[in-house]
Write a protein that binds this ligand. Structure first.
Ligand code: NAD
Length: 481
């Protein structure tokens, strides 16, 4: 799979004074490091208070954030409430409820050699963390990692995406107004600012975006041996099996594909089914699009727009109007960055639309001979962020579970699993490393430190001190047999 052409942002503004930017970033990182070192972020009560402040701030600034999301991405207020602000509020509420129990020390069993002794696992903050966010769910993907960073007792420097500039400004206002600057600071900007940020030493870098920049982040992190979480993308496949309820499957696929105009990391990228199933599925897909976005989707308030001219042009170029059975390039409007919900049929594996993550409202349909070929096709590509299967047969579902590798797998649904606080979310291989949400978020933003304790008397460790003679040798050999 080739690297998506949209994958590297270029600076949006004329380069600011580099020295001044570097000096500002130095001040921010030093302040965050100092307050971490002073222990300000360690008490659980302080973490809960920051999380509550963030939740209050979100509620207070919701109209401003929703306006910004509408400006950047044409998101409707309801979609913003559902997929952006609501997801973060839910994440905070869940964390507030469970944080104390997640932080409870876990008892460890130490085995006979150390006995008598006790062991436990203590979750400790990592330090000063960096969160680099993308533009497609700019509120959700900036703040959900921040919730985990705060819960873990870390300080955080947040870099929203410059590609969604109104939301970047709104997030900056939210965080500067409602959170304590000794915990959380924001640096706005593009490549230049991020490059300077990456020169700094952090204790964790949490990056969400494309794999090309993911590699830049990982390389910079290696310089300081900083651990990274990389939340990347990829082509998430859908397989629709014979005998599946096609009306419901079509609705779920259409919703998953066209939400946020397809600019979703876990959007169904392409759909595979046998020719017979594809033929039956097509009218259901068309009907589902019409039911959700009307026969004039350009007028629907619920269909988003492409984030920028560059992204509009990139996705437009992937559409082959000769293969389009719904929507198509002819209906696009560059002025408003509108791309219609587009379905393409008769697509070949080497067509342009299959060469990169689509990240737009285009759904290619590909014929396969059955589950065997669908599994083989998935295995032949990079490991996707998620995969979707609609099948009435449990043995087919189980084959996808066992025989394919992806960040997650959803059977009978699309998208909604990402909103669950009870499940880790992250990629594998080319789709990323590390996971978060709920408890997984706390785990990734902390170090699980094993702590052992052994009384000085009796000194049972005498057994392991040399010289290893006679009975000692026999006992040790027996213990390690
Ligand atoms: P983007 O262009 O906003 O880039 C992400 C971040 O990287 C931004 O903050 C940007 O400033 C920074 N950046 C860009 N170029 C850089 C460079 N040269 N050096 C340093 N930093 C740089 O967003 P994007 O990458 O276009 O986002 C879309 C991609 O992200 C898709 O591939 C999508 O699948 C993936 N994604 C993954 C997830 C997930 O949770 N796994 C979520 C959303 C998006």
């Amino acid at each position: 799979m080739s690297t998506p052409a949209h994958q590297t942002s270029s600076p949006t503004a004329a380069p600011a004074d580099e020295g001044a930017t570097r000096a500002r970033i130095d001040v921010d990182v030093t302040a965050l490091r100092d307050s971490f070192d002073a222990g300000a972020t360690r008490p659980v009560t302080a973490r809960l208070a920051q999380l509550e402040a963030l939740r209050r701030g979100l509620r207070h600034e919701e109209p401003m954030l929703a306006r910004a999301l509408a400006e950047d991405l044409g998101k409707s207020r309801t979609e913003s409430a559902l997929t952006e602000i609501g997801v973060v509020t839910q994440e905070i509420t869940h964390t507030l409820k469970h944080l104390r129990s997640w932080l409870r020390p876990e008892r460890l069993s130490l085995g006979p050699l150390l006995a008598p002794a006790s062991g436990q696992l203590r979750r400790q903050p990592l330090g000063t963390t960096l969160i680099i966010a993308p533009w497609n769910y700019p509120v959700n993907l900036t703040l959900a990692p921040l919730v985990a960073a705060i819960a873990g007792g870390n300080t955080a420097l947040v870099k929203p995406s410059e590609v969604a500039p109104a939301t970047s400004a709104a997030l900056t206002h939210l965080l500067r107004t409602h959170l304590d600057p000794s915990w959380v600071r924001v640096v706005e900007g593009a490549v230049e600012e991020t490059t300077i940020l990456l020169e700094q030493r952090f204790d964790l870098i949490f990056y969400t975006g494309n794999g090309a920049v993911g590699r830049i982040v990982a390389r910079a992190a290696a310089e300081h041996l900083t651990p990274t979480v990389l939340e990347l993308g990829g082509k998430s496949p859908v397989f629709v099996d014979e005998g599946a309820d096609l009306a419901v499957a079509a609705r779920r696929i259409v919703w998953g594909k066209f939400t946020n105009a397809g600019q979703t990391c876990i959007a169904p990228d392409y759909l595979m089914a046998t020719p017979r199933t594809l033929e039956r599925l097509r009218p259901h897909l068309r009907r589902a699009v019409r039911a959700m976005y009307s026969g004039r989707p350009e007028r629907s308030l619920d269909l988003g727009r492409m984030v920028s001219d560059k992204h509009f042009e990139r996705v437009l170029a992937l559409i082959d109007d000769e293969k389009t059975i719904l929507g198509g390039a002819a209906e696009a409007d560059a002025r408003t960055r509108y791309l219609p919900p587009t379905i393409m049929t008769g697509v070949d594996w080497d067509d342009a639309v299959m060469g990169e993550e689509i990240f737009g409202p285009v759904l290619p349909l590909l014929a396969v001979s059955g589950p065997d070929e669908a599994i083989a096709r998935i295995r032949a590509g990079e490991k996707p962020l998620t995969a979707y299967v609609f099948s009435p047969r449990q043995e087919v579902e189980e084959r996808f579970v066992e025989e394919t590798s992806s960040g997650s797998l959803a059977l009978g649904l699309t998208l909604a699993h990402v909103g669950s606080t009870g499940m880790p979310f992250g990629g594998v291989g080319e789709s990323g490393m590390g996971a978060y949400h709920g408890r997984a978020g706390l785990e990734v933003f902390t170090h699980a430190k094993p702590v052992v304790k052994k009384a000085l008397t009796p000194d049972t460790l005498k057994l392991v001190y040399p010289p290893y003679t006679g009975i000692k040798r026999r006992v040790l050999r027996r213990l390690f047999r």
